[in-house]
Design a protein around this ligand. Structure first.
Ligand code: SAM
Length: 299
């Protein structure tokens, strides 16, 4: 088995376990994975979003990509790593019955749970496909919008995923993806933890490298729409670090961030004006990050 296959097997096993447990149990851990009674990366609530279905919300996301995705009625939306379908049902509220939503996940237990949710809601335009987002079961140039929530950090070949997004989007289509990125190096014992890999931390790459991959895949109009630090509590870090290592880590200035990134496939013009209004004011973004201090309760 290659390293990539081993990582994927670990991720699939962890998310199969999560698909079998309750939302309450997942909400107490990192990305649904880890010691019980700990913390969650997800700090934003879906509860007020149109289309929200609590049965589909396993508390596994790290942002609200659908809020930034400029989804219009009639759009075809693809959600990468759809889990139990949380973002798909919110996206479906925006596409309406004339649109289509396709959720992709490679964990059979998640796909099963998502399909059950769609069936209960009686939607015939929300479809869940089992597959690997490094090789998406979606035809070329068929999607208007791609969304994803806290998944690309789990994928060994992120370059390939961006190439696949480019393939499945129509010219002028765009994505809005929430994910975890790093600024600075994680200590070795955090980087090598299988649990923190499945927990959406140690598979994350550098923020600058992440944006470079998007640029190199050929996307344009790349914008960081939202960004905020993730603060892992000391008692979790102490499961992996000694007291001295923890002190060095806290003083190192290393940061773990949740980001929502937008980018567009070249070749279309018609939706540009609408997308303009979703550009963020960088000064406002910096102010928001600055007030997100430890203990402020925002992370
Ligand atoms: C952190 S969960 C997020 C689930 C969902 N987006 C949400 O916010 O509720 C990650 C999901 O991505 C799926 N996943 C991870 N790697 C994948 C891959 N290479 N291809 C398809 N799905 C993948 C997992 O099975 C899991 O359901």
């Amino acid at each position: 088995m290659t390293d990539s296959e081993a990582l994927k097997t670990n991720v699939r096993e962890k998310y199969a376990e999560i698909a079998r447990q309750s939302r309450e149990t997942n909400a107490k851990s990192c990305c649904g994975v880890g010691a019980p009674g700990t913390y969650t990366i997800m700090s934003e609530s879906y509860a007020n979003l149109q289309g929200y279905n609590p049965d589909a919300d396993l508390s596994l996301g790290c942002g609200l990509p659908t809020e930034f995705a400029c989804i219009e009625a009639g759009d075809t939306v693809v959600d990468l790593g759809a889990g139990a379908g949380n973002d798909c049902f919110v996206a479906r509220a925006a596409t309406g019955p004339e649109g289509k939503v396709i959720g992709i996940d490679f964990t059979p237990e998640m796909v099963r749970r998502a399909r059950q949710n769609a069936e209960k809601l009686g939607f015939n335009n929300v479809e869940f496909r089992q597959g690997d987002i490094e090789d998406m079961p979606v035809s070329d140039a068929s999607a208007d919008v791609v969304v994803s929530n806290c998944v690309l950090n789990l994928v060994p070949d992120k370059r390939r995923v961006f190439a696949e997004i480019m393939r499945v989007l129509r010219p002028g289509g765009h994505f809005s993806i929430s994910d975890i990125v790093l600024v600075g190096e994680l200590p070795g014992s955090l980087r090598e933890s299988a649990e923190l890999y499945a927990g959406c931390v140690s598979g994350a790459i550098q923020r600058a490298g992440y944006l470079d991959l998007i640029r190199e895949a050929g996307f344009q109009d790349i914008q960081v729409q939202k960004e905020k630090p993730i603060l892992i509590p000391d008692h979790i870090l102490l499961e992996y670090l000694t007291e001295n290592q923890l002190r060095d880590f806290l003083q190192s200035g290393m940061g773990i961030f949740s980001v929502t990134v937008f980018a567009e496939k070249p070749g279309g013009v018609e939706k540009r004006q609408k997308k303009e209004k979703h550009k963020v004011n960088l000064a406002e973004l910096k102010a928001a990050i600055a007030c997100c201090e430890p203990g402020s309760g925002c992370c």
